[in-house]
Design a protein around this ligand. Structure first.
Ligand SMILES: C[S@@+](CC[C@H](N)C(=O)[O-])C[C@H]1O[C@@H](n2cnc3c(N)ncnc32)[C@H](O)[C@@H]1O
Length: 350
């Protein structure tokens, strides 16, 4: 058997080529082919699928490449080393990892093998997710904190959470800091508007992003936890229910003023639940007004709190830092090696 998160990358040899083509296209990856005993058989990608265009190949086993490269699982370091060697020689993007009994263990991507190079060259998708996590991992390490939490508020189809999870795993491995990942969503799209003057309801209307397939999203996660329900309610019991490590990164992608207020209200909890600075990414700050949505919530938060500020407040900076001035570690020296410049939507951070 294989782990649930691999389901999207695996296809049975007796499935149709049509289904395989659709699955490979949707996930933008090659597929691992398994036989009737669920053992590794080979791989199919675009090249193999194209064969079916002009041949009489209807079933996956007809086009399966059984001589494909693969890695036999060993220690984590051995797998990374093997993957790098293969990727250095071959222009492929994925390598299946199997055990000695041909059980499928993983699918290893080029991005994972060369994560640090991809990160430093700013070639990763959602570079801002990687940057926030990396920066916090460096800070945690220097402050002597061995574990911290990353949260995505607003998960929708799950692509952001899966990306955050992937980056957390790789950065954790590189910097030797443990990272927990949580995602919050109601699984029913944007909630009702409470005060239409504070929301851009014509852009972010009720029910938008009602796209989550809960079971599928849960299966796609390796270790991140998906917390379902209205954020306002879920946050009330989050600490007691999950005992999260100090929160160091928050990706806020909820589109709404009211939902952002609930998230910012949560910051009023005791300092011990947070890092002294929290990397915060606000996806939906717009540059044409600061009087609605996430931006308004940030402005109001700053006016209300003397001992906590989310800065810089301007609309061009999507990545902001929440500084907790009374946190016992606030003034402990640390130095980051990383400057924010690669955020897709944001300008420099101060
Ligand atoms: C733009 S989508 C998130 C997209 C996701 N971050 C991604 O990059 O794929 C916004 C999500 O926020 C969720 N959301 C907004 N307000 C919420 C609230 N108060 N409680 C729970 N979920 C909320 C919606 O259900 C929706 O799924």
């Amino acid at each position: 058997m294989f782990r649930a998160y691999l389901e999207d990358f695996i296809i049975d040899e007796n499935e149709t080529v049509y289904k395989a083509a659709w699955q490979a296209q949707r996930n933008r990856t090659n597929l691992i082919v398994i036989d009737q005993n669920k053992k590794f058989k080979g791989i199919i990608g675009t090249k193999e699928i194209q064969k079916s265009y002009w041949g009489e190949y209807k079933i996956v086993k007809d086009i399966c490449n059984e001589n494909c490269v693969h890695i036999i699982a060993g220690t984590e370091d051995e797998i990374y080393a093997a993957a790098r060697n293969i990727f250095a020689e071959k222009s492929i993007r994925f390598i299946p990892v199997i055990d000695g009994e041909k059980n499928v263990m993983d699918m290893f991507s080029r991005e994972r093998a060369f994560f640090m190079q991809e990160f430093q060259s700013r070639r990763l998708s959602r570079m801002h997710y990687a940057e926030c996590i990396y920066k916090m991992a460096e800070e945690a390490k220097q402050l002597g904190i061995s574990r911290f939490s990353v949260i995505e508020f607003g998960v929708a189809s799950g692509n952001g959470l899966i990306t955050a999870e992937f980056y957390a795993k790789e950065i954790s491995r590189l910097l030797n800091v443990e990272i927990e990942v949580y995602g919050f969503d109601n699984a029913s799209g944007l909630p009702n508007i409470e005060d239409y003057r504070k929301e851009a309801g014509w852009i972010w209307f009720e029910g938008l992003f009602n796209v989550m397939d809960v079971e599928k999203t849960k299966k796609r996660l390796r270790f991140a936890k998906l917390i379902l329900g209205d954020i306002d309610q879920s946050l009330k019991t989050f600490i007691q229910d999950y005992h999260p490590a100090p929160i160091g990164v928050m990706f806020v992608d909820v589109d709404r003023y009211a939902s952002t207020c609930s998230i910012l209200h949560f910051l009023e909890q005791n300092d011990k639940y947070f890092m002294p600075r929290i990397q915060m990414y606000f996806d939906d700050i717009v540059d044409w007004t600061d009087s609605i949505g996430e931006h308004l919530a940030v402005k109001e938060f700053n006016l209300k709190h003397e001992n906590m500020k989310i800065l810089p407040e301007d609309s061009h900076t999507h990545i902001k830092i929440c500084s907790r001035y009374l946190h016992s570690l606030y003034n402990k020296p640390f130095r980051s090696s990383w400057e924010f410049t690669g955020c897709n939507y944001s300008s420099y951070i101060l």
